[in-house]
Each structure stands twice: as C-alpha cells, then as structure tokens.
Design a protein around this ligand. Sequence first.
Ligand SMILES: [Zn+2]
Ligand SMILES: [Zn+2]
Ligand SMILES: [Zn+2]
Ligand SMILES: [Zn+2]
Ligand SMILES: [Zn+2]
Length: 386
Amino acid sequence: MFKNLLDKGKCSLGFHEGEWAFEEAGQCGQLRICVRCQTESRRTEHSWGEWAYVTEDACDLERSCARCGQAEIDLEHHWGEAVYHEEGSCQQVHLCQRCGETKPAGIEHQWDNWLYLADDDCTQVQLCGRCGETSHQNQLNHDWGPWQQDDFYGVPLRVCRHCGELVFNLGAGHLASPQPSLQEMDDLMEQLLAAETLEELYKLVQANQTSLVSPVRELYFRFAFDQYSHDDDLREALENMQGLLNLCEQYGIEATFNQLTGGDQAAEPVSGPTPAAPVSGSGQGQVDPRLAGRYRHTDSQYSDGFSMATDTHLLLDSNGRFSWSSETAGSFGSSQSGPEYGRWFVANNQLCLNFDSGSRMVQPFELSADSLFLPQEGHYRLWTRY
Ligand SMILES: [Zn+2]
Ligand SMILES: [Zn+2]
Ligand SMILES: [Zn+2]
Ligand SMILES: [Zn+2]
Ligand SMILES: [Zn+2]
C-alpha cells in the first residue's frame, strides 16, 4: 500500500520507470513506456563516431551517426604563439598551424632608446625599435652640470645642460626634501601675480605653501629683481609679493589674509554688517533729512611694501532707502561686493539700517558737516560725506 503511494508520487514528479527502446531501424528516436503508469516518453540518442578533419589543410571537423547517418560539423584551429605579422608593425597575430588562418593578438612594442621630446624640455619618452612609435611612459632626465659656488646667489648651484633648469644646493638638511628649481619658482610667481582676486591669490598661496616656504623663494627674488629691473610695474608687483609672502611666513597665511580683507574669513571679501539686536520701537522711526547723502568709509592697510584699501559706500536717500557696497583695491587686483539695499530711519537717536536681506545695523551716531561718526561700531566708525 505504501509502496504504491510512493511509486505514484515518483511518477507525478516525472520519474517514470522502464527501458528505452529504438522505435525504428536506421533511426535514433527512442521510446519508453512507464511500467507503473504507462506514460510514453521519447528522446533521440545518436551513436556519434569520432570527430575527423574533412581535408588535410583545412580545420573543418566532421562526425556522423553510425545508426542514422546524421552528420555534424565543427571548426578547430591549432593556434600558435603570438608572432609579428608585418615588418615595421608591432601588431601581433596568432597563426593556425594547420590552415594558415590568423587572428589578432594585440600590440607588442620593442621599447629601447629614451629620447628627449624637445630641446628645452628634459622629458624623455621611449622609442619603439620596430615601428618607431613613442611611448606614453616618460621620465624626466636632466643632464646636470657640476655643482659650482655662485657669487650672485651665495650658494652652490647646478644647471641642466639640456633645458637650463637651475637648482640650488641649500645644504644637507634641504637636500633631504626636494626644493623647487629657479624655473619652478618663476612659474609659481607668475601664477600668483596673475591672480585676479584676493580669494584666488589666497587659494594659490595655500596650495603651494610647501614650495613657497623654501629658501629658494628669497633666492628667486634676488634673481627676479636683477632680471626684471627694467620693468618698474613688474618690479613693484614683485616687491609687494615678497612683502606678502614674508608676512605669510611670519604670521601664517590665514592670519595674513584675514588682516588684508579685514574680516574673519580670508576667502571672502568684505561684506555688510552682521545682524544686530532689534531696537525697541523700530519701524516707527523717521527719515532724518539731515542724514540723507553719500558717505564713504575707507580702510587701508600698509605693511612691508604691501598696500590694500577697502572703500565702503553708503548712500542714504531722502525717501528712506539706502545702498551699501564696497570695493577692495590693492597691489593684487581689486574686488567688489554689493550693492545691498535696504530701508533706513532714525529711532531713539539711533541710525537704523534694515537690509532687505534681513541684516540690521543699529548705531548711535554723531553728524557733522562733512562726516558721520558711529562711536560704537567696531569697524565702520568714521564715514566721510562726499
Ligand atoms: Zn510512470
Ligand atoms: Zn543517429
Ligand atoms: Zn586552422
Ligand atoms: Zn612598436
Ligand atoms: Zn633639464
């Protein structure tokens, strides 16, 4: 009883039982009738012979069934090692040793000589002795002359005979870490002098501080003042840059640029005042016609030959609107911010500037014929009427 159930279960899962038998002579179809459930199943079962090449010099293979005669074909090449195919080309191929067919096998250059790419550049690439192509891999290979003491710089130096690159010997301690060459310092200064805003300059100084703290910097200025002495503008720009970099070394880059911009953040130009606490009764203030006019606040910095000025303009119009803008000018270019707009009035004897952006400045003031004085303001204290 249980065996019956079990057998039924097998058949329902497809596991029938019985012998396979060919149905017809000369055909490879087989039939099986299940001994338990009589289900009929069919399959094809060829009697394949061995694969054999059809002809001597081709790679086509064939086999056939001994019972029904059906044939199958295939292709099997006998690929050899990758070899060069043509003179002057580095493209390699695999060659079939039986039929002579080829298939591509990639490029294999025969790198040998290193060559200079240009007369004023010591970058070298390799040349393929087979096809003449130049390599992607490259190396810097200066042809250094001997170290020699130099009276102008006061330190030993050597010069590359190929590209003219000049490096200084700054003693054992400095040789441990690579120092910029004179040319690298010149390129860097050119970048610094080309900066259009203080923010850009700040970023460049930050990014190149390792090179800029090198003693090569001062040697470079010695070279530059000598070399560019005929160009007054360039000389002055270099003097300013020298002063700035000295300050950066002395006080740190961050602190130096903070000083220049007069703000808390070196990377941002001078902006409007920070929000102040609202004054009680504001909004009921009045436009005081005595105050209407144009004012300028000037902030100058001068240090070690480096100068910088920020002019802030405040325009109070007679309708109670104002504009606030500033421009910074210095040896390294200029930048602007604003104008920002808002509403002004006087309440409780204080000047209130309500910026449209939401910032607010509320200050007691003293007005004279040619100036506006804000005694409690930390930065923008004295304004000149113009
Ligand atoms: Zn069955
Ligand atoms: Zn067959
Ligand atoms: Zn072949
Ligand atoms: Zn090649
Ligand atoms: Zn060189």
